[in-house]
Design a binder for this molecule. Structure first.
Ligand SMILES: *[C@@H]1O[C@H](CO)[C@@H](O)[C@H](O)[C@H]1NC(C)=O
Ligand SMILES: *[C@@H]1O[C@H](CO)[C@@H](O)[C@H](O)[C@H]1NC(C)=O
Ligand SMILES: *[C@@H]1O[C@H](CO)[C@@H](O)[C@H](O)[C@H]1NC(C)=O
Length: 424
């Protein structure tokens, strides 16, 4: 007689439970998606998570999810997910999930850098990826401005942008984005609470290391450490101005705020309301419940999610979205649902006791949609024309074409030089 145990063992084996890197992402309506398990799922908005009702996504065209360094980014203007390193055998392929249509497509690229190492950022305004591999070579870019929510038929070339003004010396690059600046964590020699910066629209590494001061009762600053960083989206379609950083020591969940007026670095006149006192600051949230260095994270306008390598989901409701001040005493909760088919493999995981086993409703205004996909067409071209209010975008977007020879636009270069002393 065939025991049920053997059947389930066979079933598990045939599901191919491998060391894939799972990922999580919110769409522009704050629905949470969990990718990389035996199936991909839509968990809906946070006010429904007390009774999780996962909807399986189509398997047609989904990535094999075999990458070690899989990275999921939201193209907010397109309401699309872009996935790097989703296929270890074809690491240059960018998988695109159209959240509205529920369909996958695959964008081929040429000359990809080593995406199995390092870190990447999708520039919110221009739809250009930046990637820094772990080999201390160039920063690379991939211009997806001609791609919106579906792959184009033509391969797109990765291009070397410029060498960073720092070396990682074998440490893991960790990068994210705020106010059109890429922020680099874990740079050797930087004191705690500081990071290097690349000013995207000027294609310029800020010479000075940027310091972040403690705010909102924070008692410690982010360490110079590997970890994971991600941008916090805004309910408008503006570029985000805050970054979540979860270091591998799990000392805290850190939230950095950065904003500069692109036209006048010393001016706060166009700063979003309430952000002034938090620019260049670090706030803290509780460390994640599960100390899983292989966990994936996702942020909506109000909620932070941790999706562990064994398929569990923890979340911090109402962490963001109340102006620029985070809810420092928010408490992690655990979703009463796990995604099957993940190995929980690579790193040791310690689950602290902070959270209960099941969820309570968060009810945190999850219905406030993030912007409108209807703006996608004009933004996908990289004109920067739809930003509202605070950012005079022409100076930034109309100049340097990312990936073109550096400083091709002499005028922009001169401006960049002129402000060197003032910092960007
Ligand atoms: C992924 O990581 C595993 C374990 O460290 C390693 O054996 C494998 O070669 C890696 N794959 C790639 C494509 O880097
Ligand atoms: C941006 O460019 C458009 C078209 O050239 C122009 O109408 C608009 O005034 C410019 N905006 C700024 C902030 O310079
Ligand atoms: C943020 O830091 C930069 C670099 O130190 C500085 O130029 C800028 O004035 C700071 N902004 C604010 C609002 O303090």
């Amino acid at each position: 007689m065939l025991a049920p145990i053997s059947i389930s063992a066979i079933a598990l084996a045939s599901l191919g439970v491998t060391a894939a890197k799972q990922c999580a992402q919110f769409d522009t309506s704050n629905n949470l998606y969990l990718f990389g398990g035996e199936q991909d799922y839509n968990l809906g908005q946070s006010d429904s998570w007390s009774s999780p009702n996962p909807q399986a996504l189509t398997s047609a065209g989904r990535p094999p999810w075999t990458g070690n360094n899989t990275a999921c980014s939201l193209a907010q203007y397109n309401n699309a997910l872009y996935v790097l390193d989703a296929d270890a055998a074809n690491p240059g392929d960018v998988y695109i999930y159209d959240f509205a249509a529920g369909t996958w497509s695959k964008q081929t690229t040429t000359s990809p850098p080593d995406l199995a190492s390092g870190s990447s950022v999708l520039d919110h305004d221009t739809n250009v990826f930046f990637a820094l591999p772990g080999d201390d070579g160039s920063l690379y870019s991939l211009d997806l401005s001609s791609v919106t929510n579906q792959a184009s038929g033509n391969a797109i070339a990765w291009e070397a942008v410029t060498d960073p003004n720092f070396k990682m010396e074998g440490r893991q690059p960790v990068m994210s984005q705020a106010s059109n600046h890429i922020v680099f964590f874990n740079v050797p020699g930087n004191p705690a609470g500081s990071a290097n910066m690349f000013v995207i629209h000027y294609s310029y590494f800020q010479p000075e290391v940027q310091a972040f001061s403690l705010a909102n009762g924070a008692t410690d600053n982010f360490p110079t450490s590997s970890g994971q960083a991600l941008p916090i989206p805004l309910a408008s379609t503006d570029a985000g101005k805050q970054i979540v950083f979860v270091p591998d020591d799990f000392s805290h969940t850190y939230v950095l705020t950065h904003w500069t007026n692109p036209g006048d670095w010393s001016s706060l006149s166009d700063a979003p309301a309430g952000i002034e006192s938090l620019i260049n600051s670090t706030q803290t949230l509780p460390a994640p419940s599960s100390q899983d260095r292989s966990a994936a994270y996702a942020a909506s306008v109000n909620t932070l999610v941790q999706f562990t390598s064994s398929g569990d989901v923890y979340y911090l409701p109402s962490a963001f979205g109340n102006g620029w001040t985070v809810q420092a005493n928010a408490a992690w909760q655990k979703l009463g649902y796990s995604v099957a088919g993940l190995s929980g493999a690579s790193q040791s995981t310690v689950v602290s006791s902070a959270s209960g086993t099941s969820t309570t409703a968060s009810g945190t205004g999850a219905t406030s949609a993030v912007g409108s996909p209807s703006t996608s067409v004009s933004r996908a071209s990289g004109t920067g024309s739809t930003a509202t209010g605070s950012t005079p975008t022409n100076a930034t977007n109309s100049g340097m074409k990312i990936g073109s020879p550096l400083f091709a636009q002499a005028g922009v270069f001169v401006i960049a030089l002129a402000v060197t002393g003032a910092l960007l």
